[in-house]
Write a protein that binds this ligand. Sequence first.
Ligand SMILES: [Zn+2]
Length: 54
Amino acid sequence: MDLLGILQELQCRLGFHDFRVIEVTYGFGDAGDVEKVECRRCGTTMVREQSPRD
Ligand SMILES: [Zn+2]
């Protein structure tokens, strides 16, 4: 039984993905950077926006 695999799948189901950044779009002016990330376990991709720099 692959206990570690089950635990990792459970983490993904709970929303705790193991994201890696696959693409970064730098924001201009007041816009924050936008990162495209992918979970290395389940392959879910999502876009998240970083806070603008000071
Ligand atoms: Zn995941």
